[in-house]
Design a protein around this ligand. Structure first.
Ligand SMILES: Cc1c2[nH]c(c1CCC(=O)O)Cc1[nH]c(c(CCC(=O)O)c1C)Cc1[nH]c(c(CCC(=O)O)c1C)Cc1[nH]c(c(C)c1CCC(=O)O)C2
Length: 357
């Protein structure tokens, strides 16, 4: 497709259209034609076309095949007409790419064979270079060419959330071993956070170099921390990732779950856009985001309510979002796998119609 585009006279047009896309305008605090909408986890198990494509192929394997990554990323864009695509991958993929022995187990999540406990364990993890992830570069290039004026969001897991998988060895509710290391072995903790931050930043650089036009840093489990502990043990490392991403010139979205008390810190860590989950009224989220653009914040379970109940809540959020320097509509967390795709389609249309300027 890029070859075809190169032969056409209006080559500059898609780039202007991309910069003028509702998502990128809103992310930069400019007035968009309508409030942009995309959904965290918009690709994945809620889509029958995803389940068909993934049949017999492991999650990590599918993340390492550029053809599959491209197709899976495009599926929700085609189906819903959302205002952005998010690169199909996982927060643990870069660890796999540098040689950490891990798998993503269906219905469980990431499982690490030998959890990280010591400084030697940390030092054994390689730093990420573009040569570790050629399939990422290839998939992003293909996607950007296919997507035209629809922006592609690159992403990485933030140091705390990725550390939790590495230290616990799998998903965890309490993050007890992780926080035991944080409180009890600060030298190991610091080395681990630096290691992951370096990998995350390098992973984002690869995606932006290949054409991603925004990035999202997922600190899904940061809500397990008090503001003081977040500030002391985590924020400097996330800020390091966001500072490196800032040098790439693309908008940076910073997201977590249960982070109502941390939104100010997450904004100050270096976000252009702050993700707000559904537990915080958007008007409060806007105040706590200290002048940043906000993203969110519909409760992901509202798709299971009657359509008019869902859209009435969406209308309240859209109206509240007008008080922000910019608002990107999204769910407060990822799409639940049992979600009816038709509801997300109706929601996308509703957001566009209700917010048309
Ligand atoms: C914490 C986290 C992970 N992975 C991710 C996060 C941060 C976002 C969040 O808070 O939800 C990020 C992620 N993982 C995936 C994406 C794809 C892009 C998109 O949002 O469409 C993104 C952005 C694909 C995936 N990542 C995973 C799946 C399911 C795998 C499958 O289809 O078998 C997908 C589509 C696996 C995964 N990987 C992880 C979990 C908790 C799970 C789910 C386990 C399960 O319920 O099966 C770790």
């Amino acid at each position: 497709m890029s070859d075809d585009a190169a032969t056409q006279p209006n080559l500059a047009e898609p780039h202007d259209a991309l910069a003028d896309s509702p998502f990128l305008r809103a992310a930069r605090g400019l007035e968009p034609a309508h409030t942009p909408v995309w959904f965290m986890r918009q690709a994945g198990r809620s889509l029958p076309e995803y389940r068909a494509l993934r049949e017999g192929i492991g999650m990590l394997e599918s993340c390492m095949r550029a053809d599959l990554v491209t197709e899976i990323t495009l599926q929700p864009v085609r189906r819903y007409g959302v205002d952005a695509a998010i690169f199909f991958s996982d927060i643990v993929l870069p660890l796999k790419a540098v040689g950490v022995d891990l798998d993503i187990v269906a219905g469980v999540g990431p499982v690490v064979a030998r959890p990280v406990r010591t400084l030697a364990d940390v030092e054994a993890i390689e730093d990420l270079t573009p040569d570790h992830v050629p399939f990422i570069t290839q998939a992003v290039r293909e996607l950007v060419s296919e997507l035209g004026a629809t922006p592609l969001i690159g992403f990485a897991g933030a140091p705390f959330t990725v550390a939790s998988y590495l230290v616990e060895g799998g998903p965890s509710k309490e993050h007890a071993k992780t926080k035991a290391m944080m409180f009890g072995a600060p030298d190991v903790w610091d080395a681990l956070m630096r290691k992951i931050a370096g990998i995350a930043a390098a992973y984002l650089e690869v995606q932006v170099a290949a054409g991603a036009s925004a990035v999202q840093l997922f600190d899904s489990w940061a809500g397990a921390l008090s503001p003081a502990d977040y500030e002391k043990y985590v924020m400097p490392h996330s800020a390091g990732v966001l500072a490196r991403a800032g040098e790439l010139g693309v908008p940076r979205i910073h997201f977590g779950v249960g982070t109502g008390e941390l939104l100010g810190h997450m904004a100050r860590a270096g976000a252009d856009v702050v993700g707000v989950d559904w537990r915080v009224p958007l008007s409060d989220g806007i105040a706590r985001a200290e002048g940043r653009v906000v993203q969110g914040n519909l409760d992901p379970t509202l798709v299971f309510a009657p359509t008019e109940v869902m859209t009435a809540r969406a209308a309240e959020i859209l109206d509240a979002g007008r008080a922000a320097p910019g608002h990107i509509f999204n769910l407060g967390h990822g799409v639940i796998p049992s979600t009816d795709p038709d509801q997300l389609h109706r929601l996308t249309d509703f957001v566009h119609e209700h917010s048309a300027r």
